[in-house]
Design a protein around this ligand. Structure first.
Ligand code: FES
Length: 363
């Protein structure tokens, strides 16, 4: 069993690369959620990723470049347990107010169109060997990376003990309902629970927001389950508190954290490098050179000067803003977004790094 799982969940994903993706299918999931399926146009096919990881999509919208990180909803595996070198990439995306990237994808993207992408990104993914029973907990479209995990488990470890706990507004907003029913047929220990915050009359299932009382009633062994949680920040914080309060022998609690950090719009033709007298240090990133003020993070300085660095959480957790520091002195404080191995290899997180000298950086 261990050998099978070790193959099914390789702990080595490819290093992030910039690729061109071609849309091959668009499918409506709910009134405001669609799944976009892509193929990687590179002759070698898709890069290897681990279920739960994400991609930065680069969209050219009305003369501006809009970049946003989205979780990959598809499984990286193919039958036989090999990392899939020609996998399709699915993104299940909700239109949210103010999300220009999601709005454009919903309104404009059609099969045959191509976009830029950088992937795989992030450290929110299945462990190589799930050591404990799992709880996959989501709200709204936070179910996307968790569905990538569940699809992978269904294909390669169908006996895994998994609770799928999903919070939605109404029955019409429940994601992946049909697929969950089908997966239960092949995963005998999969328990799917949905709670609705605003159910219509006639809903006889669980209702209300997830409180400690609800969670302990629905999942009595919650604290002993390794949790993967994705949703709004307040939702994840609440669930983490419940997980901590429910027991002393706690299993790991993983969260996916994406938040607005930098403007997502960058002019396609960036302005010439501008370094002001307030800048103390200078950073070189590819062909760009920009000033960095004392105490300012590399990411904030780059954003101020319209230098694009892929970004997810802006708080040192997701690993999206990883850069290699070729030379110079950097002080970094992050929240787990970088492995010790990467740190030793000279990688930094732009959102969590401040300069002590001029630096040379690259992707
Ligand atoms: S943006 Fe997430 S670690 Fe920097």
């Amino acid at each position: 069993m261990a050998e099978v799982l070790a193959v099914a969940f390789p702990d080595i994903a490819d290093t992030p690369q910039t690729r061109v993706l071609e849309c091959i299918e668009v499918r409506s999931e709910t009134a405001d959620v669609k799944t976009f399926r892509f193929r990687d146009t590179h002759p070698d096919g898709a890069l290897r990723f681990i279920a739960g990881q994400a991609a930065l999509l680069s969209l050219d919208i009305d003369g501006a470049r809009v970049e946003r990180t989205f979780s990959i909803a598809s499984s990286p595996m193919r039958s036989g347990g090999r990392a899939n070198a020609c996998a399709t990439l699915d993104f299940t995306i909700k239109v949210k107010q103010g999300s220009r990237a999601a709005r454009w994808l919903h309104d404009t993207l059609a099969p045959g169109m191509r976009i830029g992408a950088r992937y795989p990104l992030g450290h929110f993914h299945l462990d190589a060997l799930p050591a404990a029973p799992l709880a996959l907990v989501s709200a709204g479209s936070g179910a996307s990376p968790l569905m990538a995990m569940l699809r992978t488990l269904a294909a390669h470890a169908p006996d895994t003990d998994v609770v799928w706990l999903h919070a939605a507004r109404s029955a019409a907003d429940i994601l992946f309902a049909g697929e969950l029913a089908a997966l239960q047929a092949v995963m005998p220990r999969l328990q799917a629970i949905v709670t609705l915050s605003a159910p219509a009359p006639g809903w006889f299932g669980v209702r209300g927001r997830l409180s400690r009382r609800t969670v302990s009633a629905l999942v009595p062994d919650f604290a002993t389950r390794a949790v993967y949680c994705c949703g709004p920040a307040s939702f994840m914080a609440g669930l983490e508190r419940i997980h901590a309060a429910e027991g002393t022998r706690r299993a790991p609690f993983h969260i996916e954290h994406f938040g607005p950090a930098t403007p997502d719009v960058t002019p396609l033709a960036p302005p010439p490098d501008a370094v002001s007298s307030a800048d103390v240090w200078h950073a070189t990133l590819g062909a760009r050179r920009f000033g960095v003020r004392d105490g300012e993070t590399v990411l904030a300085a780059a954003s101020r000067q319209q230098v694009v660095i892929p970004c997810g959480c802006a708080s040192g957790m997701c690993g999206t803003c990883k850069l290699r520091c070729r030379s110079g002195d950097v002080v970094m404080q992050h929240a787990g977004g970088l492995s010790a191995q990467d740190e030793a290899g000279g990688w930094i997180l732009a959102c969590s790094s401040r300069l002590r000298s001029d630096v040379e950086l690259d992707f």
